[in-house]
Design a protein around this ligand. Structure first.
Ligand code: SAM
Length: 266
């Protein structure tokens, strides 16, 4: 399969797999459901597969693109350039709060898979400014985002996603929808940030620390994986069995441990 699409040769280091299947593009735009006055932000617009149909609907669309050549193409786009606010930057370092306005942001994109997990964590930190997000990701990452405790793919990403958002898979996408085709299946996930946090938490940093430690040694019991943060007597006092493993703990239980760690260790 050619790596060149619409006169642009896909760059692997930028995770470039361009969507060209019109049916899939339609399904994704329908799932996003853009409306004219909304504050839409696209990450990684590339050659415009999603940008063009969304720009046809909205008054103004902000796009964040790292590849200089693609950003230039979009600034010079023959039909939609007047509707685009093209930001040539790394989305991983971008301050999304700078785009907050009276209309909360709706963020979407067919993301570069090589940076999708760190990008999710980066975006979670701006969730108070975001109404919803629709992202094409590697199917396995979508499953991780949507996993509950005791699911095999449940991990740090699942717990933190659950703290910030409601996550739902909305469109399944085969490799044949892209040029060049990726080696893995893909899916679009809808992430809707909670208006109120689902658990009472003293510190997100404590939650990240506890969840990170627990899953870094996921085969160990939490008596061992969390021994530097909380002792067995304190786990018992929280009614959490020290023999359990990270995989079995719900967000609410992780939050109880994180609050204890925050109170005792800061
Ligand atoms: N949206 C297009 C489509 O669906 O055909 C392109 C999707 S392609 C998978 C990912 C896009 O993200 C590419 O245009 C790539 O240049 C861009 N990109 C890669 N890393 C980026 C980053 N750190 N920040 C912003 N854009 C990035």
């Amino acid at each position: 399969m050619s790596k060149t699409h619409l006169g642009h040769t896909a760059r692997k280091r930028f995770g470039q797999n361009f969507l060209f299947d019109e049916y899939v593009i339609d399904q994704i735009v329908t799932a996003i459901g853009p409306e004219s006055k909304q504050n839409l932000v696209e990450i990684g617009p590339g050659l415009g597969a999603l940008t063009e149909p969304v720009a046809d609907i909205v008054d103004m669309l902000t796009v964040i693109e790292l590849d200089r050549d693609l950003a230039k193409r979009l600034r010079e786009h023959p039909f939609i350039q007047s509707k685009l606010n093209v930001i040539e930057q790394d989305a991983l370092k971008f301050d999304f709060a700078s785009l907050a306005s009276d209309a909360p942001m709706r963020v979407f994109g067919n993301l570069p898979y090589n940076i999708s997990t760190p990008l999710m964590f980066h975006l979670f930190s701006f969730s108070q400014h975001i109404e919803d997000m629709h992202f094409m990701l590697q199917l396995e990452v979508v499953k991780r985002l949507c996993a509950s405790h005791n699911d095999s793919l449940y991990g740090k990403l699942s717990v933190m996603a659950r703290y910030y958002c409601e996550a739902t898979p909305v469109v399944m996408v085969p490799p044949s929808a892209f040029k060049p085709p990726p080696k893995v299946d893909s899916a679009v996930v809808r992430l809707v940030p909670h208006k109120q946090p689902p658990v009472d938490l003293h510190s997100v940093t404590s939650l990240e620390k506890v969840v990170g430690n627990a899953f870094n040694q996921r085969r160990k019991t939490i008596r061992n994986s969390l021994k530097n943060l909380i002792d067995e007597a304190s786990l018992n006092a929280l009614d959490i069995d020290a023999e359990r493993r990270a995989q079995t703990l719900s967000l609410a239980e992780f939050a109880l441990i994180a609050n204890h760690v925050f109170e005792t260790k800061g």
